[in-house]
Design a protein around this ligand. Structure first.
Ligand SMILES: O=C1C[C@@](O)(C(=O)O)C[C@@H](O)[C@@H]1O
Length: 231
């Protein structure tokens, strides 16, 4: 299955890929949070869904629950990429800066997966130059550069949207969102400025980040704002 991120992709996040039928009608992909699953590779082996999978094995040092040694954590990402249903993998920008991470990206691409290079800031929204710098670096080391920050104010949200527009104008393929209440609307608005991925939980009770909309709401908001019909 393919995920090129040429246009907006709504990824329904879950720790259980067997949830896919609940996401099928509203999402474009399933984000499988391998770090939140008990036996993620077995779950991929048994996957029978029709949506392509974006596999994430979020490191504990980046806000996730994967605490295996880095080589093992990255090996699991590469192993995930080898499943036909896995169209993309998420690798943290901090990992991609090192040889281990960049080798994992090469192997994942060889297995046919697109690489989403991700950065998170769970406390703040950095200055504009830092935002555009991180996005450019992530979009260069990965095929899509993803930046999730935490907004405390409208100014923070606006700065993220502005950086999204600038990066897109430069030709970088990026995905952005501001976590937290003050950033919530950016999840709907950032796609207008070029953001290529939106995340929403399959089950609203199991949000994978602060401020997420449920998938149907995100789909309707993004569709209305982009002037495209709802799916
Ligand atoms: O990195 C991201 C983005 C995210 O943190 C969000 O803010 O929607 C949700 C995570 O599941 C995903 O891996």
């Amino acid at each position: 299955m393919d995920l090129t991120f040429d246009s907006f992709v709504l990824a329904a996040s879950t720790a259980d890929v067997a949830d896919e039928p609940a996401a099928r009608d509203v999402a474009d992909a399933v984000e499988f949070r391998m770090d939140l699953a008990a036996d993620p590779l077995d779950a991929l082996d048994e996957y029978e869904g029709s949506l392509p999978i974006l596999a994430t094995n979020r490191a504990s040092w980046e806000g996730g629950e994967a605490d295996a040694p880095e080589p093992d954590r990255l090996d699991d990402i590469v192993a995930a990429a080898e499943f036909d249903a896995v169209a993309a993998v998420d690798i943290e920008l901090a990992s991609l800066r090192d040889e281990l991470g960049s080798d994992a990206a090469t192997s994942a691409r060889a297995a046919g997966a697109t690489v989403v290079a991700s950065v998170h800031d769970f406390e703040r929204t950095p200055a504009r130059s830092e935002l555009t710098g991180l996005l450019h670096e992530a979009a260069t080391l990965g095929d899509v550069g993803k930046l999730a920050v935490t907004a405390q104010s409208n100014a923070d949200a606006l700065r993220l949207l502005d950086a999204t527009r600038t990066a897109t104008e430069w030709g970088d393929s990026v995905a952005t969102m501001a976590m937290g209440e003050a950033g919530r609307h950016t999840r709907a608005v950032a796609p207008v400025y070029g953001s290529k991925i939106g995340y929403a939980p399959v089950d609203p009770a199991n949000a994978t980040a602060p401020g997420q909309y449920d998938a149907q709401t995100l789909r309707s908001l993004v569709s209305s704002l982009s002037g495209k019909p709802d799916v």
